[in-house]
Design a protein around this ligand. Sequence first.
Ligand code: DLL
Length: 448
Amino acid sequence: MRTSLAHAPARRSRARRYFFDRAAETLPREELEQLQLKRLRASLRNAYDNVPLHRQRMDAAGVQPRDVRTLADLRALHCTLKSDLRDHYPFGLFARPRERIVRVHASSGTTGKPTVVGYTAKDLELWAGLMARTLACAGARPGDVIHNAYGYGLFTGGLGVHYGAERLGATVVPMSGGNTERQILLLRDFGARVLCATPSYALAIAEVAERQGIDLRASRLEVGMFGAEPWSEGMRKELDARLGVMSVDNYGLSEILGPGVAVECEARDGLHGWEDHFLFEVVDPESGLPTPEGEAGELVITTLTKEALPMIRYRTRDITRATTEPCACGRTHVRMKRITGRNDDMLIIRGVNVYPSQIEAVLVGLPGIEPHYQLVVERKKSLDHLTIEVEAGPGLPIARYPAAAQDVRHHVKSMIGVTAEVVMKPPGGVPRSEGKAVRVRDLRPKGL
Ligand code: DLL
């Protein structure tokens, strides 16, 4: 039933295209670039004056903030790496005294110490505004109920979306991850129009609802804003169909802001990166030189307006392609293709480069199986050995598992070029995530 008066304002406003900040989002590119240059110089000044690491590196390169006269001059500057944050753990890259930092977040990381990021009160203002813009671009409207299933806590997803939703003027349901049955109950009872979650967790929600005989397609849900991990077009179709939403990709990273860096609009043809606050480059990961527009490379981001943690040319390790071609929605900001994976998530299996999202793209298209999977990489007799553990759909009889496994093996070989062993797991046999899914178990000896 979609007749409740309580939801009428939101539904009326949805008919029109909606910008949270139309002037900024549609700024002609020339003006956008002028603004970027002005902000870049100020941001470099902030980094130079307040962060010893950046000052030392700029001095070593013989470049002062005032020497940057065009956006291209940025290329003379050093890059910043995740290891720089670790080496200056916890607060060493902050450009403001600790007393001015009103919030920290951290990402767990696999190698011991977390990466810590900090925000001044002004940074949090900026983040809420950018996140409101991001939600609006994805299709959320003031007055909507936004169900936020991103984890709350040190992860930036929960609180990032939370304050953006409030700034937009929506009703935010601060669910966090986990307790899936309760998520489904509240999604329906509170009439959420927008669901925010990782795509893997959104799929887990869809699945539990189906098992309970609840059809979420008949709920008020219309928009799924999914991100924080790589996912495929196939997974998008699956989520659209099973949740009855329009699934939209959103991208961000703690070191730069959290969520709110880039998001798709209703055209779903690339993620708009908010260029009035960030400068995006796509570079060849080996040489560090810019790739021609439209070609794949590593995304490098410079912050233009952040106080506490200005970032100069941060090497994200994320692989994408970018275009400044006009978008049907009228926004002028650069569009990045779906992030297919990270440099450091890329598996090299006997010389073939494989991203987990490529395997996912094959799995989602095949009948009888569910796109829940894990890749196990081992070394057997000095050769890499890939096992794909994938789950059978509830309708697939056990007797058909070997044939289904053979089918997966064949498609992976012909579409990606890698030979894999395929192990079919019964329904529920692959662990579910409540946040970012663990896709790879790399059991190869380290350092070889
Ligand atoms: O994942 C921030 C975020 C929260 C983004 C909620 C979107 C929604 P981190 O935990 O620091 O921050 O992880 C950042 O996650 O460098 C990418 O490798 C990956 N990632 C984030 N969004 C996407 C996406 C948050 N849409 C790292 N597609 C990034 C692919 C993504 N990978």
